[in-house]
Design a binder for this molecule. Structure first.
Ligand code: KG4
Ligand code: ZN
Length: 340
């Protein structure tokens, strides 16, 4: 007898992307993301505007996800949604919508931790993509998070390092703001860095105990450096932009790789998976490939659309929880500071 196909609808609204995805078992049928452009004008995510944009996006995004998957809502087995961590006003939109839909369809509701979503995105079935074996180390790097997690099994994870202030994506975006680049600056710094000299300028790396990270001091260091140099030469940034970007990138990647190396040493685990928007960075990708050769690591980088915030990663966790019959009560609350 063939196994029944399980259809899960995922909803993600933790920050500034409204997303909905449909999965058939562990395969993606659709993954629709509406990114909110409005925040670019403000140089960062404005929570109230994000919440408002989610409200207008959620119905068309879910509708499109169902249409692209070519299934009817009555075929769904469960609704999975991001409970947290994230911006409260944003989370509330997805949470309320997911509850209403599951209630109306009389199917289970499944709450998902956004950080587990980033990690379990590696288990979405894709041609030619090898999934990491347990235990592995996951490094989630984005505008909202920077963590190193020891993943023992789908639902047994230990956070062994995390940022004590800014996330790594914020370090990119705030440095970019100092340099007069638009938001988000990460991709632009990455691009400019390709033609610059990474050792042109030196920035002090933070000294943080254990496997934790800190990026706020680096941003301040860059600000003071730019202020000092522009006093002598008002054209300093313009004339040296590629070198400045390459040096910032070199420092940030150095910080990430130093902590990863320590995590490998501490745990003896050499399977390394990454997730989050900063996984797109060419510097981190090259450093990981280099570590495969140099240190014998095996690294896992999912498809770009599964690394940035998306609902496919929420739906895959939903599917794994569905198999375990781990359903939520309808009085469950969105939780801005939800831990793994
Ligand atoms: O995962 P994501 O889309 O959203 C969250 O922050 O959760 O990540 C966005 C972050 C931004 O800070 C952006 O500047 C950064 O990822 N980013 C990059 C690159 N592409 C995106 N940072 C460095 N290099 C890149 N190529
Ligand atoms: Zn995220």
């Amino acid at each position: 007898m063939s196994k029944e196909n399980i259809y899960i609808l995922g909803i993600e609204s933790s920050c500034d992307d409204t997303s909905s995805a449909v999965l058939c078992n562990d395969k993606i049928l659709s993954n629709v993301v509406a990114s909110q452009k409005i925040h670019a004008e403000y140089g960062g995510v404005v929570p109230e505007l994000a919440s408002r944009a989610h409200q207008s996006n959620i119905v068309p995004v879910v509708d499109q996800a169902l249409k692209q998957a070519n299934i009817n809502k009555d075929q769904l087995h469960a609704i999975a949604f991001t409970r947290g961590p994230g911006l409260m006003g944003s989370l509330l939109v997805g949470t309320s919508f997911a509850k209403s839909l599951a209630y109306g369809l009389d199917i289970p509701l499944i709450d998902v931790n956004h950080m587990q979503g980033h990690i379990l995105a590696h288990f979405i079935e894709e041609n030619a993509y090898t999934k990491p074996p347990f235990p592995f180390l996951a490094m989630t790097i984005s505008g909202g998070h920077t963590q190193i997690v020891k993943v023992n099994s789908y639902f047994d994870m230990d956070v062994i390092g995390e940022t004590i202030d800014d996330a790594v994506g914020e370090a990119y975006d705030k440095s970019g703001k100092i340099l007069g680049l638009g938001y988000p600056a990460g991709p632009q710094i990455d691009k400019l860095a390709q033609t610059g000299n990474p050792k042109a300028y030196q920035f002090t790396k933070p000294k943080v105990d254990g496997l934790n990270f800190s990026f706020s001091g680096l941003k301040t260091g860059i600000l003071y450096f730019i202020q000092r140099e522009t006093k002598n030469n008002p054209e300093f940034v313009k004339e040296n932009l590629a070198d400045i970007c390459a040096s910032i990138q070199y420092t940030i990647i150095g910080i990430l790789m130093d902590k990863l190396k320590s995590a490998v040493k501490q745990t003896g685990i050499t399977h390394i998976a990454i997730g989050g928007g900063v996984s797109a960075n060419s510097g981190i990708r090259a450093a990981l490939k280099n570590a495969e050769q140099k240190h014998g690591w095996t690294t896992y980088i999912p498809k770009f659309e599964y690394t940035t915030d998306n609902a496919a990663m929420i739906a895959i966790v939903g599917y794994l929880k569905y198999l375990e019959k781990e359903f939520s009560d309808f009085d469950i609350m969105a939780t801005a500071r939800l831990k793994i």
